[in-house]
Design a binder for this molecule. Structure first.
Ligand SMILES: [Cu+2]
Length: 291
């Protein structure tokens, strides 16, 4: 049995640990600048940039897409009579809609990818369409502060709702025939779930990156990231599912003017792949300091 005093001390230690944990949880990603301007160097193309490419496989038998009951909105039913779930699109063992990106790494000149705020060929605009009562595309990648044009191509009202963790919540109704909306996200975040408050089945994901080195796997599972400076990188493939999605990561070397290869596998047998493993996020344990 613990004495009253010991229990009191345990309580104090637990409270201090929680405080310490809370203070270590401030977001570290993002553009870093309060003035909205990105902080960091500008990368100038050297002409010896290369590519990272690969194929995303899905091991095992993928569950069939489920037909969505759209009967709550007749406009959706008539435009999209065969709407089905899009959370897992597998064809011939290849997975579409995986978001592949350089998480971090070191360029051949010793600088870090995170040192740079501006790269050549930063994408300037993206479009997210509400068409047939689902989002097209299902997954998009943008850079910080890139304008996303949001269209309503349907004869019904949508209510787009970004639900980020590091960026502000954004929730807008968009009636039939309304002009496109524009939205930007100022902080890097993988990945922001987007939903429609009118149609609970509507879901998409928007990835926000500080650099343009990302791609989304196509229907055949393939992806290519180009313009990558020579260097050594940690490449992550993300796919939705569960609370925060699933990630696989790999170290990839890009030689000068060369090609780095990074094939990933998701699905039942993904754990057995020698070249990929689940990402275990670093856990910061609360510590008590003696002052
Ligand atoms: Cu909707």
């Amino acid at each position: 049995m613990l004495s009253k005093k010991a229990r009191l001390w345990l309580g104090i230690i637990a409270a201090l640990s929680l405080l310490s944990l809370a203070s270590s949880c401030t977001p570290k990603e993002g553009d870093g600048g309060d003035d909205g301007k990105p902080e960091g160097k500008t990368y100038t193309a050297k002409g010896n940039e290369g590519t990272i490419s690969g194929v995303i496989a899905y091991n095992g038998t993928a569950p069939e897409a489920k037909k969505i009951d759209t009967s709550a909105d007749a406009a959706c039913t008539s435009k999209s009579p065969n709407l089905a779930t899009e959370d897992l699109i597998v064809k011939d063992g290849k997975l579409a809609n995986a978001y592949v990106y350089i998480k971090d790494g070191t360029l051949a000149d010793g600088t870090k990818i995170g040192d740079y705020a501006t790269w050549p060929n930063m994408p300037a605009a993206a479009t997210l369409d509400q068409n047939g009562c689902h989002y097209q595309p299902h997954v998009i990648g943008v850079v910080v502060n890139e304008p996303i044009t949001i269209k309503n191509s349907d004869p019904t009202t949508h209510n787009i709702h970004f639900t980020p963790k590091s960026n502000p919540d954004w929730n807008q109704s968009q009636p039939n025939g309304a002009a496109p909306l524009t939205h930007k996200l100022a902080r890097a975040e993988v990945l922001v779930p987007v939903k429609c408050n009118q149609h609970p089945w509507m879901k998409s994901y928007v990835a926000v990156s500080k650099h343009p080195f990302f791609a989304i796997s196509a229907a055949d599972g393939s992806y290519t990231i180009s313009g990558v400076p020579p260097g050594k990188y940690t490449v992550v493939a993300w796919h939705e599912g569960g609370a925060n999605g699933t990630e696989q990561k790999m170290e990839v070397t890009v030689p000068a003017s060369g090609a780095g290869k990074a094939d990933f596998a998701f699905g039942a047998a993904a754990m057995g792949q020698p070249s990929s493993w689940p990402v275990i996020e670093a856990i910061e344990f609360p510590t008590l300091h003696n002052h």
